[in-house]
Design a protein around this ligand. Structure first.
Ligand SMILES: [Zn+2]
Length: 446
């Protein structure tokens, strides 16, 4: 398959036909060629071609977000690829080419930004690089002019199966079993952009059959899932999480997905309905799986309700995969370095982590950088996961109101929980990513 910028494909970069956007080279090259070759092309037509060019590049470069920033006389374009922002284009603004206005119109805004601040959010769908791409647009007035951020949602990338998330075979098998419980609640936690929504959708897709009624409550509904009843939260009209949930419960559901739990009402109704014959999936904002329990305590949820309804929890992060074109073999870190790394961990966890890093037989890699990975050393991303299953020991600690570190220790000891860090190290050992990437991504947790 020919990708933009992949010059070894036999495609000649930067030779666009007069009426179509460039089909090779960098975004900057394509952009400049279009602008220079504009001739008598009306500005609006050129703006349409330039915005298509930017979006096509975004899709083929797998960008999750496109930033269009006014910087005085210039327009700066940056892409977020694999979680990292990269400069793609800096071009002089041209009053004759209404590029940002074109994006604004696509998003359903007025062509010109409002003179006083107003929250502007819109979306549009477009066929790009042969697929239907949804784009969510947000506008923000900076002192230098308008900043547009386009979230690019590629349905193809999201059509992911549970088997493709990157769970190791054991965790995958256990997960498939848990999500088939007739009732109970299962939590997913992780930072924004950690792939929680993808995992939730993959779970729903995995259990979806005509025999069960699956209803979701989301903010926003990111993708339409076939055979699943999805509803969108709207605080403006009073359709809040709690209100939505009450309504859903009158719709004879088997499975409910609540996009996020962030207040007492939603948590309480969710956990209670998990006790009365419903299976719930939801996300909650915490740094790891064990701390979900403390978060629910903070919301005021009684321990017995947590202990009796919770099936388990999964925490996840996305890590960058090392570029297969340029990565190099690496030795395991020395023992003193590992000792230093684990010194502040709980002793049992420190022992396990140390053992895992130093165990012989690892295929460690170190990143380098080449043209294929734009000199970043990485290409694509994968998930790392931590799965905590409820058991008698953890339940007892919940009833005792034990703090997170006790619950975590218990989950590692009695539930054989592999932490995010441990799962990440396993993936570094297999050569899919690097230890430094795992440490970067999990640094806030150790
Ligand atoms: Zn490379």
């Amino acid at each position: 398959m020919a990708f933009w910028g992949n010059k070894e494909d036999g495609e000649q970069p930067g030779r666009p036909a007069a009426n179509k956007p460039a089909t090779g080279g960098t975004l900057e090259e394509g952009y400049n060629e279009l602008v220079q070759a504009k001739g008598r092309t009306p500005g609006i037509d050129l703006a349409i071609r330039l915005s298509d060019l930017i979006l096509e590049h975004a899709v083929t470069e797998r960008a999750s977000d496109v930033h269009l920033e006014s910087q005085g006389v210039n327009l700066r374009v940056r892409f977020r690829v694999d979680g990292i922002l990269q400069d793609m284009l800096m071009a002089p603004k041209n009053a004759d080419i209404p590029l940002t206005q074109r994006i604004r119109v696509l998003a359903g805004f007025d062509p010109e930004p409002p003179t006083s601040f107003r929250n502007e959010e819109g979306r549009f769908q477009k066929m790009l690089a042969g697929r239907a791409i949804q784009v969510r647009v947000s506008s923000f007035p900076t002192v230098n002019g308008e900043k547009l951020v386009l979230r690019v949602m590629d349905r193809q990338q999201l059509g992911i199966d549970l088997d493709q998330l990157g769970l190791d075979p054991d965790t995958l098998a256990i997960t498939k079993k848990i999500i088939r419980n007739p009732y109970g609640i299962f939590f997913i936690t992780g930072a924004t952009g950690s792939g929680k929504t993808t995992s939730l959708y993959a779970i729903l897709k995995n259990i979806n059959t005509p025999m069960i009624n699956i209803i979701t409550l989301e903010d926003p509904v990111e993708y339409r899932l076939e055979g699943i009843n999805q509803a969108q939260i709207s605080t403006k009209t009073g359709f809040t999480w709690a209100e939505g949930l009450r309504t859903i419960l009158r719709q004879d559901p088997n499975v409910i997905m609540v996009g996020e739990i962030r207040d007492y009402d939603t948590a309480e109704i969710s956990l209670r309905s998990a006790l009365t014959g419903h299976l719930l999936f939801t996300t909650i904002h915490t740094i790891n799986a064990p701390s979900i329990i403390e978060r629910l305590f903070e919301m005021g949820i009684p321990p017995f309700l947590i202990g009796s309804s919770m099936l388990g929890a999964m925490s996840q992060r996305l890590v960058r995969k090392v570029c297969p074109e340029c990565c190099q073999k690496a030795a395991a870190p020395s023992e003193p370095i590992v000792n230093e790394f684990v010194k502040n961990m709980d002793p049992e966890e420190a022992r396990l982590v140390k053992e895992l890093i130093l165990k012989p037989g690892a295929n460690y890699k170190v990143e380098k950088g080449c043209s294929a990975c734009r000199n970043t050393g990485y290409s694509g991303r994968m998930g790392i996961f931590e799965l905590m299953l409820m058991n008698e020991e953890i339940r007892k600690h919940i009833l005792d109101h034990s703090p997170t570190d006790v619950i975590k220790r218990t989950a590692i000891k009695t539930g054989k929980m592999r932490t995010l860090l441990m799962d990440g190290i396993m993936k570094a050992r297999s050569g899919s990513t690097t230890l430094s990437e795992i440490i970067r991504v999990t640094a806030t947790m150790v």
